[in-house]
Every structure is written in structure tokens, then in C-alpha cells.
Write a protein of this length. Structure first.
Length: 455
């Protein structure tokens, strides 16, 4: 056991000589064996071993467990941090499950204790049977292959040196070394899913295959290795087809559709994780809905997901933490020549002259006599009609926007210059007619960025 632990620490857990290691010490058999083993090999690697114990406040005996851990660490001269947190109260306050709350609080406590004791690694007592139970629990939840990837020997500061050791081997070690430990009665409470897996499901599976725990752990380990490969590929694809800005994530639909469906699903999942910061609560049904939004026939659509929002905008997929705010209607009166600030931060410059200056995407000209003041610059309104230059007749502006594949958020922010009809979709298209005539007064409209350049 000691030789195997030493190899695992150096080869898989990447522990460096002279580092501090904090043991998450519950007082149960797994963490007790881990602490004892680490103390045995510590001189070889010059490790500084400390311990931390969190009283979850979920059992009447938890204070006795904390006292046991204190006495043992005093006897073994191990620096110890002990803290009590009311997990049931925290779970109720944040409306989360007890198991999830306990796990998150325990991790936060251990990280704080590691920083306090100057420890680079946090050692957890998970073993091979825990790995098998984890794979089964995730399988029962209906997760995909990513979710079936097991616990890692090292993930961030957390290391699991006993992950390839069986529960029975740990119990045999405790017996051989005559080491004390405490039994947590809640480990037999059938209200917890993991306990039912451990005491009911796994024994049933072992009647079919006595080595089922070993095989499940190996499956989890193999899928973890594959996930490392997929993670690199997902990140590479995201760098090619995704863009992040203050308004969320934008993904190019054609590039996504060109991917193999298996890779596309993973890229979408990774992008969703980037938006949310985590994947808790994301299930296969959510990823399926996101896939349908992407591949469906509707050019625009949206989807509310746990802690996220997705929008299809023609050839782009938009991901945000929350739905975009509804654009505010606006209307600016143009009384005459001058510079007028617009709600989007740009400026509309209005001028009169006797000579045409030329038109481009940000500039238009009209015969001044055909466009009397005052004008308006306003947002789109349902029912608006427009006579596009170069097209026969007029049409509903909504239909023009659809033909131009203009996203709905852009439609309501686009400045419309209006007289008795819509003259200019600013920066996009002018209306038919009313063109400047040489020798007559010319009305110039110029859309500029807030820096003064043409928009």
C-alpha cells in the first residue's frame, strides 16, 4: 500500500517534494487510512501533512466525530482545522439538495483551509468502489459519456491517491495497522441515492459479475482519458467558430453544421459551460433542444435553459446567461442642420449644400425641397412600410428585414429617418426617389460613429 501510494502521488497526482498536503479528514475508514499512509511516506518526499474536518451539522453524533479527529491529530501531531456549518439550513436557504450543498460547502472549506495552512494539494479518500458508485449514479441520472467519466486522480488542487484501491483493501490495512476510525450512521440511510447504490444495487450486480466494481471503475478511468482528448478538440473548434463579446457568445451556424454530430454536441455543451461557468443542471434534454434550435428550419428562435438563454439568429447561434433586454423605442426630432446623438451612441449629421457629395453605406443625399423639416429618427414600429431604392413598389418593413436576414434585436435598434415616409434605414438602404438634382439644394445625411468617423 505504501509503495503504491508513493508511485501514485508522484506519477498521477503530480505531488512535488516539499509540498504541503491537506487531508480531508472525516474520521471514517477511508480518510483515516489515507492520513496514516501519507504520514508514512511523508519523509520520503519531505511532505508537510495537515488535516481539515468539517462538521456538517447533519447528525447528532457529528460533534463526537469532530472530537475524535481532534484527539487523533493531537496524538499524531498533525496540524488540524475544524469548522462546523449547518448544511441543512444552507440547503434550505439556497433551495438545493443536501448532498450537493454538503459537497460544495466541503470543497470550499477545504480550499480555504489549504490556503490557511499553505498546502498545495488537498487529498481526498475516494477509492475504487467510490468510483464505481459514481459511474452508476451518473448512469442512473441519464447522462452521456461525458458524465460517465469518473473522478480523476488529480483535478485542480484535489488529489485522490487511493482511487485505484478497493474498499476491502483499505479495511484490511486499517485492521493490520490497528487504526481506529468512526462509522458514519448516515452511510446506511437509504434516503440517499448513493447509499442505495452501495447497499442494494451493487450487491445485485455483483451476483452477475463479482468484479463489477472493478470494471465500472476501469470504465470511468477510460472515459476520463477520452474526455481529456475531447476537451482539447472542443476548445480548438470553439476558437475557430465562436466569438465572445459583452453581449454573450456568438457561434457560426454553418461551421457548427459542418461538424460531426457527436463533436457538434460536445462543442455546444462546452460553449454552454463557458456562458454559465459550470454544467450543473444541464441534462441531455437541454442539449437536444439546443441542437434542434440550431438545425431546425425556423431562421429565428429562442430557448430558455437552466441559467442560460439561447437564440437562433439566421446563421448564428447566440448564447447568454439571460435573455437580451427588450430594446427601448426611441424618437429624435430633426429640426434642421446639425449633429444629433442617437441612442446607440452614434451621431446623425445633417447638412445642406448646393452640390452633391456622393453616397455610400453611411451617407445619403436627397433633394432638399422634397424633404422639408422637421424629420424624425425613430425605431421600427409594427406596420411600417418602405420603398427600397432599386426595387419595384413598396413592402412591409418587417418583410424587408426578414429578406435581409436582420436579427430582431438589430431591427429595433436600427435608426429610421422618416418624413412623410421612411427615407433611410440608416447605414443599410435608402428609399426610392427624391434624389439630389445638380443645381438645387441638397440635404446630406451622414451616420457617424461616436469617434467622428463614418459608421
Amino acid at each position: 500500500m505504501r509503495a503504491k501510494l508513493l508511485r501514485t502521488l508522484q506519477r498521477d497526482c503530480l505531488v512535488q517534494p516539499g509540498e504541503g498536503i491537506l487531508v480531508g479528514l472525516s474520521g471514517g475508514p477511508d480518510s483515516m487510512a489515507l492520513l496514516h499512509l501519507l504520514l508514512q511516506v511523508a519523509p520520503v518526499l519531505r511532505l508537510r501533512v495537515s488535516a481539515a474536518h468539517l462538521d456538517h451539522g447533519m447528525r447528532r453524533e457529528s460533534a463526537d466525530d469532530a472530537a475524535f479527529v481532534r484527539r487523533l491529530c493531537d496524538d499524531w501531531r498533525v496540524p488540524l482545522v475544524v469548522e462546523r456549518r449547518d448544511i441543512p439550513a444552507l440547503a434550505c436557504r439556497h433551495r438545493r439538495g443536501l448532498e450537493e450543498t454538503a459537497r460544495d460547502q466541503r470543497r470550499a472549506f477545504l480550499q480555504a483551509a489549504a490556503q490557511r495552512l499553505d498546502c498545495a494539494a488537498i487529498a481526498l479518500g475516494h477509492h475504487r468502489d467510490d468510483q464505481a458508485e459514481t459511474v452508476l449514479q451518473r448512469l442512473l441520472r441519464g447522462c452521456g459519456s461525458s458524465g460517465l467519466a469518473g473522478m480523476r486522480l488529480r483535478s485542480g488542487p484535489f488529489i485522490r491517491p487511493l482511487l485505484e484501491v478497493s474498499r476491502q483493501a483499505i479495511l484490511d490495512y486499517l485492521a493490520a495497522e490497528e487504526l481506529p476510525f468512526v462509522e458514519d450512521a448516515s452511510n446506511r440511510d437509504p434516503s440517499y441515492t448513493r447509499n442505495r447504490i452501495r447497499h442494494q444495487l451493487l450487491p445485485q450486480l455483483q451476483s452477475f459479475n463479482p468484479r463489477i466494481a472493478e470494471h465500472l471503475a476501469r470504465l470511468g478511468r477510460r472515459l476520463t482519458l477520452e474526455e481529456d482528448f475531447w476537451a482539447e478538440e472542443e476548445q480548438r473548434q470553439l476558437q475557430c467558430l465562436a466569438r465572445m463579446d459583452a453581449d454573450g457568445w456568438w457561434l457560426e451556424r454553418p461551421a457548427l453544421l459542418a461538424l460531426h454530430p457527436a463533436l457538434r454536441s460536445r462543442v455546444l455543451r462546452r460553449a454552454l459551460e463557458g456562458v454559465r461557468g459550470h454544467l450543473r443542471g444541464v441534462q441531455a434534454c437541454h442539449l437536444d433542444a439546443l441542437e434542434q434550435l440550431l438545425v431546425g428550419e425556423r431562421p429565428e428562435g429562442e430557448l430558455n435553459l437552466p441559467e442560460a438563454w439561447a437564440g437562433r439568429r439566421y446563421q448564428r447561434l447566440w448564447l447568454r446567461r439571460a435573455p437580451p433586454p427588450e430594446p427601448e423605442p426611441f424618437c429624435v426630432v430633426i429640426a434642421g442642420p446639425g449633429r444629433y446623438p442617437l441612442p446607440d451612441g452614434r451621431l446623425l449629421e445633417v447638412a445642406l449644400s448646393h452640390h452633391p457629395w456622393g453616397e455610400d453605406a453611411g451617407r445619403v443625399e436627397f433633394e432638399a425641397a422634397a424633404v422639408p423639416f422637421p424629420l424624425q429618427v425613430r425605431s421600427f414600429r409594427p406596420g411600417d412600410r418602405f420603398r427600397p431604392d432599386g426595387a419595384p413598389g413598396g413592402k412591409k418593413l418587417k418583410d424587408f428585414f426578414i429578406d435581409a436576414k436582420l436579427a430582431r434585436e438589430v431591427r429595433y435598434r436600427l435608426p429610421l429617418v422618416v418624413a412623410d415616409e421612411i427615407l433611410w434605414l440608416a447605414g443599410l438602404r435608402r428609399c426610392a426617389g427624391r434624389r439630389a438634382i445638380p443645381g438645387r439644394a441638397v440635404l446630406h445625411l451622414s451616420l457617424q460613429s461616436d469617434g467622428g468617423g463614418a459608421a
